[in-house]
Design a binder for this molecule. Structure first.
Ligand code: WQD
Length: 321
C-alpha cells in the first residue's frame, strides 16, 4: 500500500510519515520544503513540488500513477491565524488552491482515499462546554474559513468522483514523538513558553479575567503522536465498509488552562515560573474543548498522552536541539 503525504516534511506530517514507514508502508512525500525539512522524511520517497501551482496537477497525476498510491493525506497549508488576517489572498490561493489541485490529481489518477487536515478553527468562538462535530462551523478568520471550505471541497469531490474522504479537525497540537520531528516554529503556547524560558524571559498569559476557574483560557491540548495515530486510524476507516461520518474532531476531551500549561512546564523542567499577566488577545474563546466521542466510536481512536507527556516531550526536544 502506497500513501501520498502532501506536506509530509512538516511538523505533523512528518510524524505521520514516521508511523507509516515504521509500519512498513510505502510513503511518497510531496513537499516544496518552504517550512518542511528533507531530513524529516527519512524512509519515504521525497518529491519536491509546490502543489499550489497549475503545473502541480499533471506532476501529481504522474506520481500517483507511477507509485500506484491508493491514499493521500493532505497537510500542506499555511496555519497562522494572524497572518491569515493580514494576507487573506495568500491563504485562499495556497490553502484552497493547493487542495483543489491535489483533489483534481486524485480524481484524474483514480486515487480513492483522502484524509485532510482541518482545524478546530472552523468552529470560531463556540459558546459551549464541549465542541461536537454537529455544531455549525462559524470561522472567524481566513485560516479557519479556508479549512471549512476545504471540508466542502472534499464532500463535493466525493459526490463527483469515486472518492472517500475524512477531515480531521485538530484541536491544540503540541509535543514531539521524536525529538528531531519537534515543532520548530514558535507560534503556539507550548513552544512560546519554552522559547521565552530559554531566552530568560517570563512567558505572558493573555488574559486572566475569562469566565473559567482560574480566569485564563482553556484549550484541549493533543499530543502530536496521538494526532498522527488518528491519521493511521482514518486510513483504516476509509478502507472499511462502514463509514458513518466524514468529519471528526481530534482532541482529548479534557481542557487545560494557560496557567495549568505553564505549571506543567515548570514541573517537567523542575523550575519556578512567574508569568507576566497580560491583556486578552483579540479573538480568543474562553474555552475550546473537544468532544472526541465520534472518532472513538467510529475509529476506535482516543488519545493516550496527557498534558505532562506533551510538555515533557516538547521540552526534551528543545533541550536536544
Ligand atoms: C493557546 C492559548 C492563548 C501564547 C491556534 C489557532 C488554531 C490552531 C491552534 C492551527 C490561548 C494563550 C498563547 C502566549 C498565552 N491552529 N497564550 N500566551 O489560539 O488556541 O489556537 O493554534 O490549526 O486554529 O487559532 O493556540 O497556542 O496560540 O494559544 O496566554 O504567549 O494560550 O491566548 O488561550 P489557539 P495558541
Amino acid at each position: 500500500m502506497t500513501t501520498l503525504v502532501i506536506g509530509g516534511a512538516g511538523y505533523i506530517g512528518s510524524h505521520v510519515v514516521r508511523l507509516l514507514v515504521e509500519q512498513g508502508e510505502k510513503v511518497v512525500v510531496i513537499d516544496h520544503l518552504a517550512t518542511g525539512y528533507r531530513e524529516r522524511t527519512a524512509g519515504a520517497e521525497l518529491v519536491e513540488l509546490d502543489v499550489t501551482t497549475a503545473e502541480a496537477v499533471p506532476a501529481l497525476v504522474r506520481v500517483i500513477r507511477e507509485t500506484g498510491a491508493e491514499a493521500m493525506i493532505h497537510f500542506a497549508a499555511h496555519k497562522q491565524v494572524g497572518e491569515s488576517v493580514a494576507k487573506p489572498e495568500m491563504y485562499w490561493h495556497d490553502n484552497v488552491g493547493g487542495l483543489a489541485n491535489a483533489l483534481s490529481a486524485c480524481a484524474q489518477a483514480g486515487l480513492r482515499d483522502v484524509v485532510f487536515s482541518s482545524s478546530a478553527a472552523v468552529y470560531g468562538m463556540p459558546d459551549v462546554d464541549l465542541v461536537t462535530e454537529d455544531l455549525t462551523p462559524q470561522p472567524i478568520n481566513p485560516y479557519g474559513a479556508t479549512k471549512y471550505v476545504g471540508e466542502w471541497m472534499l464532500a463535493d469531490a466525493e459526490r463527483a468522483h469515486d472518492m472517500r474522504t475524512v477531515a480531521l479537525r485538530y484541536f491544540n497540537v503540541a509535543g514531539a514523538g521524536w525529538p528531531e520531528l519537534a515543532d520548530t516554529q514558535v507560534m503556539n503556547l507550548v513552544p512560546i513558553v519554552l522559547d521565552a524560558l530559554d531566552r530568560g524571559h517570563a512567558p505572558t498569559v493573555f488574559g486572566t479575567d475569562y469566565d473559567t476557574p482560574d480566569g485564563t483560557c482553556i484549550r484541549d491540548y493533543v499530543h502530536v503522536l496521538d494526532l498522527a495515530d488518528a491519521h493511521i486510524a482514518a486510513l483504516t476507516y476509509l478502507r472499511g465498509e462502514d463509514r458513518p461520518h466524514r468529519v471528526f474532531n481530534v482532541g482529548t476531551g479534557t481542557g487545560s488552562s494557560v496557567l495549568e500549561v505553564i505549571e506543567a512546564i515548570a514541573r517537567v523542567k523542575g523550575i519556578e515560573i512567574t508569568p507576566t499577566l497580560g491583556e486578552r488577545r483579540p479573538g480568543d474563546p474562553a474555552r475550546l474543548i473537544c468532544s472526541a466521542d465520534r472518532i472513538r466510536e467510529a475509529m476506535g481512536w482516543s488519545a493516550t498522552h496527557g498534558l505532562e507527556d506533551i510538555v515533557r516531550s516538547a521540552a526534551e526536544a528543545r533541550a536536544d536541539a
